[in-house]
Design a protein around this ligand. Structure first.
Ligand code: SF4
Length: 328
């Protein structure tokens, strides 16, 4: 294990500054029309057609990310949660608040839709989850890869960036890595999210052991060595904070999937920052220090109607109280 990690770290340092950061995925719904991916907690929930967040809450969370120096991993939500017009309007608002183009991870998008979204989007994320076709057919029976591959091809034609998500621990082995390598090459993938299985109650993976830190790090290191400039995100969870240093040494650029609002300022949040430092990375942003902010002034710069601004302000104040009130 050691030689591959050391090699991956050398490749990382030859291509990037020694920095790391936290990335937050912004979810707009708890509804999904697919609901049968074997690992996903949405598959264990009863159908809830309108379980989605208010625009004000989503926009306030984007503002909070900016205030804390968290980068936006992607915008995501269950497939079919919004009608097209509603989502397009929300996308424009999210772009305006984020102050940058966004990654979208919202299921299949056709070329015309991508063209329409292009002014607000830097790229698309295909949530492939696993690369082995037989395993994929069992794990995501109603979410085939073919439409995603079509979307990635369209994105390339439009000069948009491409990204994928992979969950380590669903059943793939190291022998499957060449398939991943070919996929990354074929679709010119510039960003990959390496999550590890977080077994969810009520799903087929409920009793499955999550992958070890070494296993997750191995996939990251192999990818870093073969794709020196790719952006790699390592997904953790609250109980996997101890692996952050290893994932960064293996060549991850950033960390995600930590419940950063709920556990802001917690020992686990401090551990993430410390581990980054211990492996020689400067940690950009903060998981521990609440920001000083004049919410009224912050919102004055946004060109939204005053009613929406008031709702965003109320939500942002609530978030700020939440992270300040932590008694860890
Ligand atoms: S499509 Fe996504 S949200 Fe829906 S069940 Fe599958 S993994 Fe979960």
């Amino acid at each position: 294990m050691e030689p591959i990690i050391a090699r991956a770290e050398r490749v990382f340092l030859s291509n990037f500054e020694p920095k790391a950061w936290f990335e937050r995925a912004i979810f707009y719904s708890w509804y999904c029309s697919v609901r049968d991916c074997a690992f996903c907690y949405m598959s264990s929930l009863p159908a809830r057609e309108f379980a989605r967040r208010s625009p004000a809450s989503i926009l306030a969370e984007l503002l909070l990310c900016r205030l804390l120096g968290w980068r936006i991993g992607f915008i995501s939500g269950g497939i079919g949660a919004f009608k097209h017009e509603e989502f397009f309007d929300l996308l424009k608002k999210m772009h305006s608040v984020a102050g940058e183009k966004l990654w979208l991870n919202v299921g299949f998008l056709d070329k015309n839709t991508l063209k329409m979204y292009q002014p607000y989007v830097k790229g698309v994320v295909a949530s492939i989850e696993c690369i082995n076709p037989e395993l994929h057919a069992r794990v995501c029976p109603s979410k085939p890869t073919q439409p995603y591959e079509q979307m990635l091809s369209s994105a390339i034609e439009l000069n948009l960036k491409t990204a994928i998500t992979i969950i380590i621990g669903l059943g793939e082995t190291k022998r499957d890595y060449p398939k991943l390598k070919r996929f990354l090459q074929k679709y010119r993938v510039s960003k990959i999210h390496f999550y590890c299985l977080n077994p969810q109650k009520g799903t087929a993976y409920e009793n499955q052991k999550p992958p070890s830190p070494e296993e997750q790090a191995w996939w990251i290191a192999k990818t870093r060595i073969d794709f020196p400039s790719i952006d790699i995100q390592g997904g953790i969870w609250l109980d996997k904070v101890g692996r952050v240093g290893l994932l960064l040494k293996a060549g991850a650029n950033s960390i995600s999937k930590f419940p950063a609002i709920r556990y802001f300022g917690s020992p686990e949040a401090r551990a993430i920052e410390q581990q980054a430092k211990s492996v020689g990375r400067e940690f950009i942003g903060t998981l521990t220090k609440p920001p000083k902010v004049d919410v009224k002034r912050l919102l004055a710069g946004l060109e939204f109607e005053s009613e929406l601004k008031a709702r965003i302000a109320a939500k942002l104040e609530k978030y700020l109280r939440k992270i300040k009130a932590k008694g860890f």
